[in-house]
Design a protein around this ligand. Structure first.
Ligand code: ZN
Length: 280
């Protein structure tokens, strides 16, 4: 355990990139063999805006990393944060405790606020306006959303008192699990159901990408599904009925264009539209 933490404390940027690209490549291949939907799309063309927003997310997090590192070093030196409550516990317990709370504050809470606070929702809907959700959608975040998420991660580190090794481990898990639950893959229904009691399963997260309320405002979880179950934001929908997109931003052409997406948070809502199902 200590070795794992030591590795993540000093994880080189190259290794973080390998995790990110390795994850996308892995799920990209799996999507070819067990797709949930047979999208009528060109996979690479669809991926271009999503890769662009993944890149902006990486750059923003890279530029701000020093704030996260300093904040973490400060809380650890001053024995600050909730982790001090379990000072005498084993390292495994501390890791689980930190990852749970970082996932709650840095991801679930951030995501919940993004849906409930209109200016944040306008930014977050760039993530939702993908009509063909696949593993590349995971990091399709407007640069302003990357800032919002960074702020919540920072808040989580301060509240939890998380050492930087734990934070890096959490972030790596978060990246890969997000790629997993966005991937256009069809697990056997029972398997998907069983894992959805512990982590956010692909079907569980896809329901969040359904183009209409109340499904969009549910299943906010990132790594663990427990938060949705505790706070009553869990919802179910037959996976065959899922249609991706947002009813008030239904223009698929604009939703695939980087310039349009960068401006999207500042555009007015359109009349709610019924989005047609893609070919299956
Ligand atoms: Zn969302």
């Amino acid at each position: 355990m200590e070795n794992i933490i030591q590795y993540f404390e000093n994880i080189p940027s190259l290794h973080r990139s390998i995790i990110l690209i390795g994850g996308i490549s892995f799920f990209w291949i799996i999507e070819g063999s067990i797709p949930l939907f047979k999208f009528d799309y060109k996979k690479w063309n669809h991926a271009i805006p999503n890769f662009f927003f993944t890149l902006t997310t990486i750059v923003i997090n890279f530029l701000l990393a020093f704030i996260l590192i300093n904040a973490s070093d400060y809380v650890v030196e001053n024995n600050f944060g909730l982790i001090s409550l379990i000072n005498n516990s084993s390292i495994a317990i501390k890791i689980i405790f930190c990852i749970f709370l970082l996932d709650f504050i840095g991801a679930y809470l951030a995501h919940y606020v993004e849906h409930k606070f209109k200016p944040f929702w306008m930014i977050h809907l760039v993530h939702h306006s993908d009509h063909n959700v696949d593993t590349t959608t995971a990091n399709r975040h407007h640069p302003f959303e990357s800032l919002i998420r960074f702020f919540f991660t920072l808040l989580a580190v301060l509240i939890v008192g998380a050492p930087i090794g734990y934070v890096m481990l959490y972030q790596s898990l978060s990246v890969v699990l997000s790629q997993f639950n966005h991937a256009n893959i069809k697990l056997p229904k029972t398997i998907d159901n069983i894992i959805s009691y512990i982590i956010v399963s692909p079907d569980m997260h896809k329901i969040h990408h359904h183009y209409r309320l109340p499904y969009t405002d549910a299943n906010y979880g990132n790594i663990f599904s427990i938060w949705d179950r505790i706070f009553g934001t869990y919802i179910n929908l037959d996976r065959k009925k899922i249609i991706y997109g947002v009813d008030v931003f239904p223009d698929e052409k604009k939703n695939s264009n980087i310039n349009e997406l960068l401006k999207q948070p500042f555009q007015p809502y359109q009349k709610p539209t019924v989005i047609k199902k893609y070919l299956k």
